[in-house]
Design a protein around this ligand. Structure first.
Ligand SMILES: Cc1ncc(COP(=O)(O)O)c(C=O)c1O
Length: 357
């Protein structure tokens, strides 16, 4: 018996989200394809997990349904109240909660293209009507008409170009939008500005953050949303009751409490980003100025990004290549350790020599 007729047509038609490739455990590849942190999480995280493991009898019981300790800690660090904070099972969980809270089927959800490719997928699952604005890195803060849009996603800094949006631009969109503006700040710890400072002024603003990048906790699946208490209270109704497990709550709290470690690793990544960018420019690559832990770079004339992607992969380096225009011009490379980036540069040099005329 075929069950296909029972599937919602909108789900049946869609392709679904394709996450970046995750090589099997034990792989020796240099993994620079999904913007993870090359450094381990703070040692305080290991201590917190060890402590939780020692008290493993606690695993019988459900975790704190509202992640109180994590929310309170985040509130103190960001100068907010716990009522302005919500925790998610990764920031992807929060993005889905936002759609479930604010969007009825047929309502308009706005976003740039290219940007985070999960937005259209979530919109499709929800039966929303996507309103797509072409993003051109040459004019990164365009004038747009937001009439009719109920929920608007801006990835800031932008992914995959890495460019930062100014708070001036964010505020302008928040002002003109008759709906909820979500600023997805997955990479904000590597950036110059954050929209968190706009929260007091804009009751329609939601800022999301992740622990997967700057805090080196991609495996734990933790994200945070910041917004006016009234919005958080409504979003809370659309959340799974126990959306964060015990270890995720403890690990993220410990990571937050070690701000010195965060600052140190972020500073290291920014330094490597600057050096790598300069080295690629010397090789005549075009690289967008990045405020993230990755760069988007276009090889010099005569070389194809898709060929470079394959060459790197053959030499045990994984980066991200999007095969459709306009992104097929370049590759997105996560910033790794200085040693990793040195190796990547050697392989790029080899590619240019072998494939050049
Ligand atoms: C722009 C953006 N938002 C959200 C996420 C997802 O983060 P999380 O791991 O917290 O679900 C990513 C992950 O790559 C991202 O690039």
């Amino acid at each position: 018996m075929s069950i296909t007729p029972y599937v919602r047509p909108s789900i049946g038609k869609m392709a679904g989200y394709t996450p970046g490739f995750q090589p099997p455990r034990g792989s020796q590849m240099i993994k620079l394809n999904t913007n993870e942190n090359p450094y381990p999480p703070s040692p305080a995280v290991a201590a917190a997990i060890r402590k939780a493991a020692e008290n493993y009898d606690r695993l019988r019981l459900y975790p704190d349904p509202v992640s109180s300790c994590l929310r309170q800690t985040a509130a103190e660090i960001y100068g907010l109240t716990a009522e302005q904070v919500m925790a998610g099972n990764g920031s992807d969980d929060l993005l889905r909660i936002l759609l479930d809270t604010f969007i009825d089927p047929g309502e308009q959800v706005g976003f740039f293209d290219p940007s985070y490719s999960l937005y259209p997928v979530l919109a499709q699952i929800r039966g929303a009507s996507p309103k797509v604005f072409a993003f051109d890195p040459a004019t990164p803060e365009p004038v747009i008409t937001t009439k009719g849009i109920k929920l608007f996603f801006i990835t800031s800094p932008h992914a995959p170009y890495g460019l930062g949006f100014s708070n001036h631009f964010i505020a302008k969109i928040a002002d003109q939008l008759d709906g909820i503006l979500v600023v997805d700040e997955a990479y904000a710890d590597f950036a110059e500005e954050s929209a968190l400072s706009l929260l007091d002024k804009y009751p329609n603003l939601v800022v999301t953050r992740t622990f997967s990048k700057s805090y080196s906790l991609a495996a734990m699946r933790v994200g945070l949303a910041f917004a006016a208490p009234m919005l958080i209270a409504e979003m809370d109704k659309a959340r799974d009751s126990y959306n964060l497990d015990l270890l995720a709550q403890e690990a993220a709290t410990a990571a937050l409490l070690d701000q010195a470690y965060l600052e140190e690793t972020v500073a290291r990544i920014k330094k490597v980003r600057q050096k790598f960018n300069r080295q690629l420019t010397e090789k005549k690559f075009t690289t967008y100025p990045s405020q993230s832990n990755f760069i988007f770079s276009i090889p010099p004339a005569g070389f194809k990004a898709g060929d470079l992607y394959q060459y790197l992969q053959q030499h045990q380096v994984l980066v991200r290549y999007f095969s459709t225009p306009p992104l097929d011009r370049g590759i997105r490379i996560t910033i790794g350790t200085p040693e990793q980036m040195g190796q990547v540069l050697d392989i790029i040099n080899q590619f240019l020599k072998e494939k050049g005329n």
